[in-house]
Design a protein around this ligand. Structure first.
Ligand code: AMP
Length: 591
């Protein structure tokens, strides 16, 4: 088995120097004791741990360093972040927004996003951050399901993504617009407020109300194969896992300059792109710009980034950009690189050991787990291509699968795979603080995610004889494109809304850079011709409504395969598309 062995200085400097010892001694109770808690025993609040706690002891340290698209750099100290987030919490109060109500953000990565996110948590409201590249349909669907009562967004995003669907959002009482107050709708227009005016009028002191660790803090939408997006509910207690896993898996501490390239619209961008670096008192780098290889190398070098958390797609793009590109930059400050979200190719790990001076540490988790569960560690050898081993405090198992591809239920229980190297569903023993507490309004779906004390992840993995986990695929049909999870049903529903489309099926098609790309197959209603104009029209139609999750490829196919009960067989479509064996066809409708 090929391993990458770390040089000794790295082993000695790591914050978790001995994995086996840490597993033996770790306890969640001790991890909880690392949190300061609200004063006077008033509970546990994520924003207090991330901001206020440090404002008292090291207020002048830089909490956020924001790199503007225009090249400007803005430093926000912990003391300043405390005042700004307090103003936001007070502003919610001025609007009559009460605890437990849901505040959505639809914002690019600007200071406003971080202030709104943490201010919302301070106020005891529930934060639901949306990805700003979503089109109007995904935005509306999530706001509707989550009954968002406040939306913080830019005037431009409002016009493009929200105004077309606003009528279908009766719960939305307040839209707070960022930017120049003069450019947006007037204060006083129904439901609109200028965020700048509100913050100006608000007091910059705020006492976080008592917060029960089990109070809901975050609502993150994720996708399954069927049905509407699932709103995964997370509580304030999750901060214990955000903090502890950042030490163990990201080797993060107070003296680090940390860059997480994930957008807060996805769970990584919140747990590790907002919360964990701040609970550690580190400096969190925020880059407003999009991916650009040269720019990213410059950021790593000029900002002296010490810990970098990114995604396989970005690393593959850097690799393609050329091996010598990294050598033109001084990356000597870079101590630890980690990635998540999709399979990380072994050659990228080897490339980065050379080019970046440190191998990439792959790790695994998902929206529902709230924090990193399986990882390669700073002081441990790496097996390129493996996701690593469970974090201290986490027990993982590989469960035998039934005919539906999911864990086999035997007399209400489950069975672990015995032979190393055999596929099975990845399961995690329930009991860590950031495990989701529910799918919003979908209790049955939530209950179905558990069996016999295990949370069932929906991922298929293998464990080797030494306990290292290897990703094999998904047990369902969800698509991972550039690290972002896309539910085929959501895309199919939008395509079906076009008058030409009789039926639609969407699959993930392997792509060397993005992992998978979204590919759609449609059958047409009578009277429509499958010509180039219609092809472009359908892609454009989906793009305008879905934004970044729209299909990149589309084929008109009059013979989509169905089961005998009438469901489209995406799996078979995918096998055909890739020229793979078609598997068991006994349930396929052939007429
Ligand atoms: P999300 O809930 O959007 O964060 O997506 C979680 C899913 O991403 C997991 O269930 C996996 O299918 C996939 N994933 C996350 N990390 C990895 C990894 N290191 N290797 C392979 N797949 C991963």
């Amino acid at each position: 088995m090929e391993t990458i062995v770390k040089p000794d200085p790295v082993r000695r400097g790591a914050r978790m120097p001995d994995y086996a010892a840490a597993c033996r001694t770790f306890s969640w109770a001790e991890a909880r004791a690392q949190m300061s808690g609200l004063p006077d025993g008033r509970g546990l609040n994520i924003a207090h741990e991330a901001v206020d706690r440090h404002a008292e002891t090291r207020g002048t340290a830089v909490a956020l360093r924001i790199l503007g698209r225009d090249g400007a750099t803005t430093d926000i100290t912990y003391a300043d972040l405390r005042r700004r987030t307090s103003r936001f919490a007070n502003a919610l109060g001025m609007l009559g927004v009460t605890r437990g109500e849901r505040v959505f953000t639809l914002l690019p990565r600007t200071l406003d996003l971080y202030v709104a996110a943490l201010g919302t948590l301070k106020a005891g409201c529930v934060l639901s951050p949306l990805f700003s590249a979503f089109g109007p349909e995904p935005v509306a669907e999530r706001l509707r399901l989550g009954e968002g009562c406040v939306l913080v967004t830019t005037p431009r995003l409002y016009e493009r993504r929200v105004r077309p669907v606003r009528d279908g959002l009766p719960a939305l009482r307040h839209v707070l617009l960022t930017g120049d107050p003069a450019a947006g709708p007037d204060d006083g227009d129904e439901g609109f407020s200028s965020l700048a005016h509100l913050l100006e009028a608000a007091d910059d002191a705020f006492a976080i109300p008592p917060t029960d660790p089990e109070d809901t803090a975050l609502l993150h939408f994720t996708s399954g194969t069927t049905g509407r997006p699932k709103g995964a509910v997370h509580v304030h207690e999750a901060v214990v896992a955000h903090h502890a896993t950042a030490t163990a898996a990201l080797d993060l501490g107070a003296d680090d300059v940390f860059w997480c390239t994930a957008d807060p619209g996805w769970v990584t961008g919140t747990s590790y792109g907002i919360v964990a670096p701040l609970t550690h008192g580190a400096t969190l780098l925020v880059d407003e710009g999009d991916f650009d290889a040269e720019r990213w190398y410059r950021v790593l070098a000029d900002q002296r980034v010490t810990v970098w958390y990114t995604a396989p797609t970005a690393l593959r793009m850097l690799l393609r950009h050329g091996t010598d590109a990294a050598a033109r930059h001084d990356l000597s400050a870079l101590r630890h690189v980690a990635s998540v979200g999709e399979p990380l190719n072994a050659e990228v790990v080897r490339w980065s050991a050379e080019a970046l001076g440190t191998p990439v540490h792959d790790n695994w988790w998902q929206t529902e787990t709230g924090a990193i569960m399986i990882s390669n560690f700073a002081a441990e050898d790496i097996r390129p291509g493996s996701m690593g081993r469970p974090l201290p405090g986490i027990e993982a198992a590989v469960l035998e699968r039934g005919p539906d591809g999911r864990a086999l239920r035997v007399d209400g229980g489950v069975r672990e795979v015995v032979d190393p190297g055999t596929d099975g569903e990845l399961a995690l023993r329930v009991g860590w603080p950031s495990l989701f507490r529910g799918y919003l309004d979908q209790e049955e779906r939530y209950a179905a995610s558990f069996a016999d004390g295990w949370y069932l992840t929906g991922d298929v993995v293998r464990r080797d004889a030494d306990g290292w986990f290897w990703f094999a695929g998904r047990a369902d049909d969800v698509i991972k494109t550039a690290g972002h999870l896309v539910g085929p049903f959501e895309v199919e529903s939008v395509l079906m809304a076009h008058p030409a489309v009789a039926e639609a099926a969407v699959i993930g098609k392997p792509d060397p850079v993005a992992g998978e790309l979204v590919k759609a197959f449609v059958t047409l209603r009578p009277g429509w011709e499958p010509d180039a104009a219609l092809h472009d029209e359908l892609l454009g139609f989906a793009r305008r409504r879905l934004g970044s999750v729209a299909p990149k490829e589309l084929t008109v196919d009059p013979h989509l395969p169905h089961t005998r009960s009438g469901k489209i067989l995406r799996r078979l479509l995918k096998a055909r598309e890739l020229g793979l064996p078609e598997g068991d066809l006994s349930t396929v409708e052939t007429s």
